[in-house]
Design a protein around this ligand. Sequence first.
Ligand SMILES: Cc1ncc(COP(=O)(O)O)c(C=O)c1O
Length: 299
Amino acid sequence: MTDNVSTHQAEEDARNEDILIYVNGKVVPKAQAMVSVYDSGFMLGDGVWEGIRLYNGRWTFLDEHIARLFEAAKAIDLAIGLTQEQVISAVLETQKANGMVTDAHARLMVTRGVKTRPFQHPKLSQRGPTMVIIMEHSRQKLPRPIRLATVPHMRGLPMTQDPKLNSHSKLNCILACIAAEKAGADEALMLDVHGFVNTTNACNFFIVRKGAVWTSTGDYCMNGITRQKVIDLCRANDIPVFERNFSLVETYSADEAFLTGTFGAQTPVGTLDGRVIGTGQLGPMTERIRGLYKTLVGA
Ligand SMILES: Cc1ncc(COP(=O)(O)O)c(C=O)c1O
């Protein structure tokens, strides 16, 4: 066994064997939570999703996540068939059924539904959409610094698979992650089409240099909600923050690097391509931003 860590570090929780899962309006035990083999999500990765987190009775930035879900659904011409309020009600209903009050994470998924034939054309998706909410107990651990490796896979231009779509199909990112693991790392650092540092396969990426926080321009990565909150927190707390192009040269010699995402909040980066970043441990700026974020979300 390799000693892999990831940005999705949480304590093991046996209660997750007994959770109830929302499937198309019903909340059912995990063992009975099924979708069809003809489902567009299973067959083709044809769907969109959001990951959301519950801290002390409040789903963090829920309205923004639901708005992003609807934006993505519109982009792929998928009619969710519910209002944003009804989707929020489904989240709350699932939470209530599971008796969760804090430290939970949900993956809210909507696919184009069940197909009549096993082929790609969206017109064949006749029954649906399919909506599933997997809500798990998830208490964050203090994250260990993760190891990144740069890979050849990119989150690319908007006219291929727009990097701003939280699509069910994650194959591009999965290939990136596999390449990183084969290089002895935990996750992949993906460059943009110009070779500038962009994002990881599952999170947004930041570096710290001389007291300033840098992240990519945002043109080629997921418009992460946590990313934006970190930028806003920096601005509100007089921490210089720049959305800009930068290369691996500036990244290897950064004082700190960290990742952002709803699940892990801010995860420190220990090494990149075998180079130790800063001390290789959680750095003071990352720690400060983690603290500010924790206060913001009421964790
Ligand atoms: C590729 C990618 N980058 C970044 C993120 C983080 O986004 P957020 O901060 O909104 O959770 C996600 C999460 O869905 C993602 O899939």
